[in-house]
Design a protein around this ligand. Structure first.
Ligand code: FPP
Length: 254
């Protein structure tokens, strides 16, 4: 039995002394990595320094996720709405995968991690696309953690695309909308090859979904963590998983 301590403000168990149950590790963890800008501001640094530090956290958390036996880790790196940020910041974020993969790809390969992406990739700079393509190619036979970067991703646009392609398929076959099922919508999403997230974490204390995997998180457990993303670490991830393990998932049943 888990010993639960309830944090009255957040109505969530806070860190406790129970052990992590290695037989109940969430299969798919999705993370909204928020707070890079505030981390930098607190230190009177430019925002891009926060993103740089955020990239270092991605490296650490990928390693921990892989060691824990998490099978899918989806990270929200850039949303379809993030293009409205200053051009210099957008350019910096777009270059992060290049930097990340240049310095970290050997370790990903060594750890049997497979790099994948979701998002509207065709709008990314060619240098970003090139380094991601290389990482995908070099890790395509890996069978461990799937590290899925959501880049230029937006949940509503993803659903619109799914519905459009279903419409096209039905029209081509002379079928009507009566054929449309939840499974069919699911099969046409960018995440069709992945199970839904079991656990969704958002850092920095903000409590929003921000258009991230809005279809897929219908039955995910949500944890809003107070740390800014650059400060998120192994201990915090383990604590989130302990909270997840203390919850009862009912999927609409009793
Ligand atoms: C949100 O923080 C963060 C982003 C929009 C960028 C996330 C990118 C990373 C963490 C690095 C990704 C690394 C790779 C390898 C792709 P914010 O800027 O909105 O923070 P704020 O809310 O404090 O301003």
């Amino acid at each position: 039995m888990f010993k639960k301590l309830i944090n009255k403000n957040k109505n969530q168990p806070i860190q406790s002394n129970f052990d992590l149950d290695l037989h109940n590790i969430p299969n798919h963890v999705a993370i909204i990595m928020d707070g890079n800008g505030r981390w930098a501001k607190q230190r009177k640094l430019p925002r891009i320094k926060g993103h740089y530090q955020g990239m270092q956290t991605v490296k650490k958390i990928t390693k921990v996720a892989s060691d824990l036996g998490i099978k899918y880790l989806t990270l929200y790196a850039f949303s379809t709405e993030n293009w409205t940020r200053p051009e210099s910041e957008v350019n910096y974020i777009m270059n992060l995968p290049v930097n990340f993969l240049k310095t970290f790809l050997p370790e990903l390969i060594e750890n049997n991690v497979k790099v994948e992406t979701i998002g509207f990739m065709e709008y990314l700079p060619s240098s970003t696309l090139k380094s991601i393509a290389k990482a995908k190619e070099d890790t395509k036979h890996n069978t461990g953690l799937k590290l899925i970067f959501a880049i230029n991703y937006g949940g509503r646009a993803e659903i619109v695309n799914s519905v459009k392609s279903i419409y096209d398929e039905l029209t081509a076959k002379g079928l009507t909308s009566d054929e449309i099922t939840e499974q069919m919508i699911d099969d046409h999403l960018m995440t069709h090859a992945y199970p839904d997230p079991d656990l969704l974490i958002r850092t920095s204390g903000e409590q929003r979904i921000s258009n991230f995997l809005i279809w897929q998180v219908s039955y995910s457990e949500f944890i809003f963590n107070e740390k800014l993303w650059p400060d998120f670490d192994k201990e915090e991830l383990i604590n989130c998983i302990k909270i997840y393990q203390s919850r009862q998932r009912r999927f609409g049943g009793l």
